[in-house]
Design a protein around this ligand. Structure first.
Ligand code: 13P
Ligand code: SF4
Length: 333
């Protein structure tokens, strides 16, 4: 199981000096052309990476982009499991990422052999895996979900089966609340999102009484209950664009604020505080820097490598997710 005490606080990053930022950004754009590469970046990436990416989005949007890209090389700025997903969808393409060690506490909480042992206790399990898991876990699953489509996919799951949801207990709990479908939940969590507490959110609400709270479903139930909206990072952009509120409290990883400020000018985004500190940065997401992105494009690596057998087995549950996601709502249940 992932041990939160092993997580080092994120290092204070020194801002990239403007001349260096300009130089690296121009080089990256030139490399994209010469390599016929596409740069995909998650909403939690540092602003300077988001600004040179071809697409910035949530896990669902990134998988959809990876599935349809015609580029020869996919440069994935996110965490390792996201780059693996892109590789599974594009076995013949080269997928590179700035830092191979960019993991995820959820992925670490669910080793494939442990999942297999649990599955063996009940042949009627239908395994739904949050995309934040390894390729080996995806290969053992029936369908993948992201926070953006989990409710729809659970509603679509076969009725006579016992649903097993891995590895995020909080996302799974939220999906059960939304769908009314009971599920066995794996006991994993995101070490960033569990830092938010009922107390801390109550305090910031008192400071900004009119401001709605938008929280990611990886937050604990006590926080989700206080939120005006619980949704994936991409849906946060849509929700914040539509609301008439100007001040909005955001309970998710800090990188999201850059995207929100860009997409919703004139609004004031307040990062929800935690009880202990400003722990709202994912140290894994923040392993990627503009320097490392540049270096990985210049060197053509590190590269994601997966066995053809794992790719073949992990591909079907991801494709099933993409197919169900694309269904109109009334056909999805
Ligand atoms: P989204 O798919 O909502 O962007 O979430 C990914 C993630 O890792 C959240 O911690
Ligand atoms: Fe994993 Fe949490 Fe980081 Fe998302 S924010 S990549 S769930 S550790």
């Amino acid at each position: 199981m992932f041990n939160a005490s092993e997580v080092q606080p994120s290092l204070v990053r020194r801002p990239v000096p403007p001349e260096r930022l300009d130089f690296l950004s121009r080089e990256i754009l030139a490399l994209k052309k010469s390599m016929n590469a596409v740069v995909l970046a998650h909403n939690y990436q540092v602003p300077e990476i988001q600004d040179v990416a071809d697409f910035v989005g949530d896990s669902l949007g990134l998988s959809q982009q990876a599935a349809k890209t015609e580029a020869d090389v996919i440069v994935f700025c996110g965490v390792h499991f996201m780059a693996e997903t892109a590789k599974i969808l594009n076995p013949s393409k080269k997928v590179i990422l700035p830092d191979l060690d960019a993991g995820c506490s959820l992925e670490a909480s669910c080793p494939a052999p442990k999942l297999k042992a649990l599955q063996d206790t009940n042949p009627n399990f239908y395994t739904i895996a949050y995309i934040n898991c390894s390729a080996e876990v995806k290969a053992l699953s029936d369908c993948i979900v992201t926070s953006g489509n989990a409710v729809k996919i659970v509603e679509h799951a076969p009725k006579g089966r016992d649903l097993l949801f891995v590895p995020d207990e909080n996302l799974g709990g939220w999906v059960m609340e939304q769908t009314g479908r009971p599920m066995t939940l794996w006991k994993g969590d995101c070490y960033v999102h569990v830092e938010w507490t009922h107390q801390a959110i109550t305090r910031i609400r008192q400071q900004f009484p009119g401001a709605p709270v938008v929280a990611h479903p990886e937050c604990p139930k006590a926080v989700r209950m206080l939120a005006d909206e619980v949704c994936s990072t991409e849906k946060m952009v849509q929700w914040c664009r539509k609301t008439s509120a100007v001040d909005i409290i955001i309970a998710t990883e800090a990188g999201m604020l850059h995207r929100l400020k860009k997409e919703c000018p004139g609004k004031n985004f307040i990062p929800a505080p935690t009880d202990r500190c400003a722990c709202n940065e994912c140290r894994f997401m923040k392993m990627n820097t503009l320097e490392k992105l540049h270096a990985c494009m210049q060197q053509g690596g590190p590269e994601v490598v997966l066995s053809p057998e794992i790719i073949a087995r992990a591909r079907r549950p991801i494709e099933r997710m993409l197919e169900i996601s694309a269904l109109p709502m009334e056909n999805a249940g």
